[in-house]
Design a protein around this ligand. Sequence first.
Ligand code: T46
Length: 133
Amino acid sequence: MSLIQWIHFPPLGDERGSLVALEAEITFPFDIKRVYYIFDTKSGVVRGLHAHKDLSQVMVCLKGSCRVMLDNGLLKEQVVLDSPNKGLLIDSMMWREMHDFSEDCVLLVLANEHYDESDYIRDYNDFLKQVHS
Ligand code: T46
């Protein structure tokens, strides 16, 4: 089973250009409680480096590109995000790392819960222990 779960957004564009609408439980897998975006990431920076105990998120690269590495404690897979027409669904208990941000990268993230630092597992060995317990 692949760790990479793409969500393809229906294109609503026309001759004027492109438009994508994200509607909870219609074009989107969950009710959205939080939206944030990451931009101006400096060259060589690695972001993420954590897992969430109970959080689903979808990442959409609105501009530019970055590489995302996912790890469920058994398998590791990586993928390049470079399109605003599809999102990468990341479920709970998945270690994630974001690498190789292009200078113009704008990464939109939609989450099904509010921000909660206690939901983060920021130590990789703790993550492995919790996955295999
Ligand atoms: C994730 C990846 C894809 C908040 O106060 N509220 C928020 O909603 C978020 C997302 C972050 N923060 C604070 C916490 C830190 O002091 O912003 C600071 C930077 O967050 P962090 O170092 O966790 O950023 P990333 O890019 O490593 O990770 C973020 C998300 O935190 C995380 O949930 O899955 O993007």
